[in-house]
Design a binder for this molecule. Structure first.
Ligand code: DXP
Ligand SMILES: NCC(=O)COP(=O)(O)O
Length: 257
């Protein structure tokens, strides 16, 4: 079974564009949960361009009230600054059910790569251990490399992680082109290598209603997808409740009518 975690970053983008409190990020998250989302994801960034520390606290409270998973994503190596206490500090404070570590540069437009587990392993290991001691499940953002070479995804297990989140941007880009089948085979291989190393598999980035079904059909045992940009965009046309319900039908494997 694949769980749907809705990323509400983009609700905060809209709110911040006017500097007020509308739209309400917590109300949007509540609507998603009421519509069937299994959890909520946010990825606060050091420049606080969308989700802010206070949003993290409020959404964490909502997730606890609703007994659903709160997935906090971010770069554990980003420098804290005014308004951004740092990813690990936020995890210490709110203890998310899942902490997903992502190797983004501070000014990056969006996430576009996973960890290099050979290079980053020694730095990740103590952070993963601390997060697990806090009670968080730990997932590491990972590329689906074409082969099982030195940067093999299986090395995420040596860092102590519970899961990897496959960075699905390259698949989304290839979807609908001639390269889609090869890309799906690449992701299925990466998932199998991770699972063989004892890691469970999540996936996310640029997944949408058009590409999600084929991904889940081809890649074995994806436990969770986190989806934000496309879902919030599609909700502009169809409404948030109906859009979340449409994603639920896809992750639940309900054939499209
Ligand atoms: C790790 C990942 O793929 C998402 O968290 C994505 O980066 C969302 O971040 P933005 O909403 O800032 O693009
Ligand atoms: N981890 C991926 C995520 O939370 C949402 O990514 P996107 O759907 O906004 O690209």
């Amino acid at each position: 079974m694949t769980l749907l975690s809705v990323n509400v970053n983009k609700i905060a983008v809209l709110r911040n564009s006017r500097g007020g409190a509308v739209p309400d990020v917590v109300q949007a998250a509540r609507t998603c949960l009421d519509a069937g989302a299994h959890g909520i994801t946010v990825h606060p960034r050091p420049d606080a361009r969308h989700i802010r520390a206070d949003d993290v606290r409020a959404l964490s409270t909502l997730a606890r009230e609703r007994d659903v998973e709160f997935n906090l994503e971010g770069n554990p190596f980003a420098t804290p600054r005014a308004g951004y206490p740092g990813f690990i500090a936020l995890c210490r404070e709110v203890r998310p059910a899942q902490a997903t570590l992502v190797p983004d540069g501070d000014g990056q437009l969006t996430s576009d790569h996973g960890f290099d587990f050979v290079r980053d392993g020694d730095a990740l290991r103590p952070l993963v251990a601390e997060l697990k001691a806090l009670g968080c499940r730990v997932s590491l953002f990972a590329d689906a490399h074409a082969d099982a070479g030195d940067c093999s995804i299986a090395r995420a297990a040596d860092c102590g992680a519970d899961r990897v989140e496959l960075y699905t941007g390259p698949y989304a880009k290839a979807h609908g082109t001639g390269g889609s089948e090869a890309m799906l085979a690449r992701f299925a291989g990466a998932a199998r290598r991770a699972q063989a190393a004892g890691l469970a598999v999540n996936a996310g980035h640029d997944l949408d209603q058009a590409n999600l079904g084929a991904f889940l059909a081809a890649v074995p045992n994806v436990l969770e997808v986190s989806i934000g940009h496309a879902l919030v965009s599609e909700a502009l046309y169809a409404g948030l409740e109906a859009t979340v319900q449409a994603y639920r039908r896809i992750v639940d494997g309900v054939p499209r009518g």
